[in-house]
Design a protein around this ligand. Sequence first.
Ligand code: GLV
Ligand code: MN
Ligand code: MN
Length: 426
Amino acid sequence: MTIPVDIAALGARAAGMIEELGRISSTPDHLTRFFLTPEHRQAADHVARWMAAAGLTVSEDALGTVRGHWHPAGPEAPRLLIGSHIDTVANAGKYDGTLGVVLGILAVEAVQKAGLTPPYGIDVLAFGDEEGTRFPTTLSSSAACAGVFQPASLGGLDSDGVSLAEALVAYGKDPAAIAAAAYDPSRVIAYVEAHIEQGPVLEAEAEPLGVVTAIAGASRLSITVTGEAGHAGTVPMRMRRDALLGAAEMALAVERIARADRHGMVATVGRMHVEPGSVNVIPSRVVFTVDLRSGSDSSRREALTRFEREAHRIADDRHLGVVISAFHEVATVPCYRDLQLRLRNAVADLGHRAPELASGAGHDGQAMSQLCPVGMLFVRCKGGISHNPAEYASPEDMGMAAAALIRFIERFQLPQRDGGTSGAQT
Ligand code: GLV
Ligand code: MN
Ligand code: MN
């Protein structure tokens, strides 16, 4: 059977849903929705209503992941997981994460309405902690589903000193129930996510959709530099121990290391806190973050070692203290070859080419890969802009992505057209 797809109608619905969720924010003028906040609660409830209206049975796990279940072959049948996240960065775009949840719901609704009765079930998942913007954890909600949640992360604090454990309890959750959120690997077939590309490749290729080959590994560090406060008018330059100047030199060092890399490594210093933070006081303490990513895990590890060496040299030269701690470390995850082929075939059914591309951005699939094979579909976004309110994907492209997911689900039980179904990991 070929399910009829109305790409324009699917795109219009996706665009409407993106607008609805985009209005749920902690700030009136732009979109900011952090993990386990009142806005997360509101968005999760909204997604649960969408899921119920689409004919899914809704539940929520101990990390706040909303799960929409469709189990035509009974709850014991193996499941295909389709999802993405509903948390955002500060001053975010509306599509990052939300789009994958919306498309999952639209696709499952369509296959259900068309009367498809596959021998497997589908769970649509809306994770809450992909961005890692509130707590030092990142991907904690998908890690819980994958059964790899680290209990030590419950002690991690947000900028107000609230621990993850406290925030979960305030959200109505029981941290003791986290282990029960894990899927049984023997019952899960695969995890598939649609996401905006967040880069310029598909636009340059004039293609609406792409298939992801791998998700780049990442490290996140917190660096504390300590010097000595002093009067900005009286302490001669050569007698200062200025923590901010040391931190600035370290930030430039990590930039230099990434630029010298041949595998497209990227490094970002996205947060810097300066104490005491007065116009007329020499900074005594600086805490800043480094986010380092590469498709080559060995290059990333070498870069970390080089950065640590450089940071200590800079601190010694300037008579400063430095402490470096890693708070996120995830290896490069290859997408499952069989799922790549299936996604490409689904896109080909719609008359498109689906170029292959690697993801420089992080995704819940990195955690889910510890549970099951992972596949990702990218959707073209305007100018490659993301983590920015200007983020945009056209209704046509979103409709095409929903249609591709429908085709993917529809033919999931069938053998491949152009390859075996062995699903060898690449
Ligand atoms: C999430 O968007 C990340 O890649 O940091
Ligand atoms: Mn995302
Ligand atoms: Mn993001």
